[in-house]
Design a protein around this ligand. Structure first.
Ligand SMILES: C[S@@+](CC[C@H](N)C(=O)[O-])C[C@H]1O[C@@H](n2cnc3c(N)ncnc32)[C@H](O)[C@@H]1O
Length: 317
C-alpha cells in the first residue's frame, strides 16, 4: 500500500452551484478529481493564489492524501488507523466503496435535536478514483458527514423553515443564546429565527418592515419593532449579546451596517446571512463582499447546507 499527500485541497461542490466554485478557484491548478465528480482538486500554488478565499463549497478536505491499495481490508484499515469518523463521497465504484464503508465504524446520520452539542471528534471524507485508488482527507471544513446535517424538524411551531439554517450555524459555533441574553433579529418576519431564539429563553428584539406572525410576536421574551433594520443604530437598542440578520439586501448594505455594530462595541456575537444576487453568466455575483466579511478578525464565512443562494457570516466573541 502507498500513501502520499496531495499538495492542495479537495472541494466538494454544492449541487447547482458548481460554477460559483469554479469561478472562485484559482484560474490555474484546479481540476475535477474525475469526470462527473462533484469533487475538485485545487493545487497549492503559492501565496498569491492560495490567499484568495473560496466559499462556495459544501465541504473542503484540508490535507488530502492518496492511497493506493490492493484489498478492501487494506483501504479500510488505512482510514481506521488515522481516526474513527470517515464519510464516503462516491461518484464511481459504488459497490467497492460500500464494502469499504462496511468495514469502517458506522456514522449516525439520524436527524439531530436542537440544541445539539457537536462532538469534538474530527470528521474525515474519502472517495475512490478506481478499484485501487482512494483520495481521502482526515480534516474537513465541515464537521458534518459530507457537509450535511439534518435536524428533527418542528412542522408546527415555526412559520418558515428558515430556522434550520440558524440551528445549523449555532451547532457549528457550538454556542447559542443563553436564557435571558438579548438578541436582535433583523429581518425577522415571518418569525422562524425569532421562534428558535425565544424557545432558547432569549430576549428577542425582532425588527422587520413586514409583520411578525401574531403567535410569534406573542411568545414570551419577544418584542417586535416595525422598522428598517439598517436605519436602526446600535445606540438605539444599546448593548446586545447577539445580532442575527436574515434581511434580503445587497451584501454591501449588510456589510456597512455590520461595520457600525463592530465599531460600536455593543455586540460580540453575530450570525448574518449574506444574500447573493445575480448569476455567473450575467456576471452579477458579488464575490468581493464575502471576502470583506471573511477578513473581519475572528469570524468565518461559510455555505451552510441549509443555505441556498446565500452564505452565512458568523463570529463569536
Ligand atoms: C428571508 S426573510 C427572513 C426570514 C426570517 N429569518 C424567518 O426565519 O422567518 C427576509 C425578511 O427581510 C425583511 N426585510 C427586507 N428589507 C428589510 C429592511 N431594510 N429592514 C428590515 N427588514 C427587512 C423582509 O420583510 C423579510 O421579512
Amino acid at each position: 500500500m502507498k500513501i502520499n499527500p496531495l499538495p492542495g485541497r479537495v472541494y466538494q461542490a454544492i449541487p447547482g452551484f458548481e460554477d460559483h466554485l469554479k469561478t472562485e478557484l484559482p484560474l490555474n491548478g484546479w481540476r475535477p478529481l474525475a469526470d462527473g465528480s462533484p469533487l475538485f482538486f485545487a493545487e497549492t500554488l503559492g501565496a498569491e493564489n492560495t490567499a484568495t478565499p473560496v466559499f462556495w463549497y459544501q465541504n473542503c478536505w484540508l490535507e488530502p492524501f492518496r492511497v493506493e491499495f490492493d484489498s478492501i481490508n487494506e483501504a479500510a484499515s488505512a482510514l481506521r488507523d488515522i481516526q474513527r469518523n470517515w464519510a464516503p463521497c462516491l461518484h464511481t465504484q459504488f459497490r467497492r466503496g460500500s464494502l469499504i464503508a462496511s468495514k469502517l465504524p458506522s456514522l449516525s446520520v439520524k436527524p439531530r435535536p436542537f440544541p445539539w452539542l457537536l462532538p469534538d471528534a474530527p470528521m474525515g471524507a474519502w472517495t475512490l478514483l478506481d478499484p485501487h485508488t482512494m483520495i481521502a482527507g482526515a480534516r474537513c471544513s465541515s464537521p458534518f458527514p459530507g457537509g450535511l446535517i439534518e435536524f428533527e424538524e418542528d412542522k408546527l411551531g415555526p412559520p418558515s423553515r428558515a430556522y434550520l439554517k440558524l440551528w445549523e450555524a449555532l451547532v457549528r459555533l457550538r454556542r447559542w443564546p443563553a436564557p435571558g441574553e438579548r438578541c436582535l433579529d433583523a429581518g425577522a418576519s415571518p418569525g422562524g429565527w425569532t421562534w428558535a431564539l425565544a424557545r432558547l429563553g432569549a430576549q428577542v428584539i425582532a425588527v422587520d418592515r413586514a409583520p411578525l406572525e401574531d403567535r410569534i410576536a406573542a411568545m414570551s421574551g419577544v418584542e417586535y419593532i416595525r422598522h428598517d433594520a439598517f436605519t436602526l443604530k446600535p445606540e438605539d437598542t444599546g448593548p446586545i449579546d447577539w445580532l442575527f440578520c436574515d434581511v434580503i439586501c445587497y451584501p454591501s448594505r449588510l456589510y456597512e451596517w455590520i461595520e457600525k455594530w463592530l465599531a460600536s462595541g455593543l455586540c460580540k456575537n453575530f450570525v448574518c446571512t449574506i444574500k447573493m444576487q445575480g448569476n455567473i453568466e450575467g456576471n452579477g455575483v458579488d464575490f468581493e463582499t464575502p471576502r470583506r466579511f471573511a477578513a473581519i478578525p475572528g469570524g468565518a464565512v461559510v455555505h451552510l447546507c441549509h443555505n441556498k443562494h446565500e452564505l452565512t457570516w458568523m463570529k463569536v466573541g
